[in-house]
Design a protein around this ligand. Structure first.
Ligand code: NAD
Length: 297
């Protein structure tokens, strides 16, 4: 078992840290939110007054922060961890951030003889709670093998995508494809229903035909077709439109920087940005269905 410090105990980080405790690791936690810290302390974690105290005995540091600027603050800022961690520390950043930011923080870590792995996740809050996340890692193979048993305490699938930043690239490619699939599936369902088809029957047909996809299999955007899907609870919870627009923004920045044509991703980004601007940012991203057809009265 390892001595781990977990920083960033939000919707994802809180339950991920909880799974490390259940697996028997010695865990210290830190967050700017006192209530987030208290939830983990109540489960048996230690905490500290400052982030530097929190990492004092850590063999492994894991961060799960909102965006690139938070990751830069924690590792490179005024009390940045990289200037204080011992050389053997393994650092795992599971935040979804720009690949360039991941690479620059990993480079700074390397200069301090610290190994940093980018390890963004797929699977959402439900996957974080169930310990069934997919980890998509970028960094040296040796660091990946060191991290693997710890990541397996929080996830079911653990991939090594390539060198530093590769985890972030694979993650933004995946989420760009997911956004395109969700918009396309919503569009096809709306067209069928407009023609009088039952959305549940049409979904079954498409699932078993060449249009079958992940959205139809487990995340149907039409209300009432799939009881457990966010669409059947007014699109509450799940993966927020605001987070999808963040990830699509990262994909567009990356595509611009390396001159990759991404017309489908760009359309999906505009569609989700428009949807967010209409006041839907806090809804699940499958609510894009409402763009094509409002819910029945
Ligand atoms: P969140 O906003 O719920 O949690 C972030 C936490 O970080 C908060 O508790 C905040 O107080 C803390 N924090 C911010 N700055 C800090 C600092 N300087 N020091 C210590 N703590 C600090 O976010 P989340 O939903 O848990 O997402 C975290 C990351 O995971 C994001 O990058 C997101 O894109 C990614 N992600 C989220 C989901 C999802 O469904 N929520 C799915 C996959 C990936």
């Amino acid at each position: 078992m390892a001595t781990i410090t977990f920083i960033g105990l939000g919707n994802m980080g809180g339950p991920m840290a909880g799974n490390l405790l259940k697996a028997g690791h010695e865990l210290t936690v830190f967050d700017l939110s006192e209530s987030a810290v208290k939830t983990l302390v109540d489960q048996g974690a230690k905490t500290a007054d400052t982030v530097l105290e929190a990492v004092r005995d850590a063999q492994v540091v894991i961060t799960m922060l909102p965006a690139g600027q938070h990751v830069e603050t924690v590792y490179l800022g005024e009390h940045g961890l990289l200037a204080h961690l011992p050389a053997a520390t393994l650092v795992i950043d599971s935040s979804t951030i720009a690949p360039e930011t991941s690479r620059s923080v990993a480079d700074a870590a390397r200069s301090a003889d610290i190994t940093l792995l980018d390890a963004p996740v797929s699977g959402g809050v439900a996957g974080a709670k169930a310990g069934s996340l997919t980890f998509i890692c970028g960094g040296e193979a040796e660091a990946f093998e060191r991290a693997r048993p710890i990541l397996e305490n929080m996830g079911k699938n653990v991939f090594h995508a390539g060198p530093s930043g590769a985890g972030q690239i694979a993650k933004i490619c995946n989420n760009m494809l997911l956004a395109i699939q969700m918009a396309g599936t919503s569009e096809a369902l709306a067209l069928g229903v407009k023609n009088g088809l039952d959305p549940a029957v049409l979904s079954e047909i498409m699932k078993k035909s060449s249009g079958g996809n992940w959205v139809l299999n487990g995340y149907n955007p039409w209300p009432g077709v799939m009881e457990a899907a966010p669409a059947s609870r007014d699109y509450a919870g799940g993966f927020l439109v605001n987070l999808m627009t963040k990830d699509l923004g990262l994909a567009m920045e990356n595509a611009t920087a390396n001159h990759s044509p991404v017309p489908m991703g760009s359309l999906a980004r505009n569609l989700f940005e428009f949807h967010a601007a209409q006041g839907n940012g806090q809804l699940d991203f499958s609510s894009i269905q409402r763009f094509y057809r409002p819910d029945p009265e």
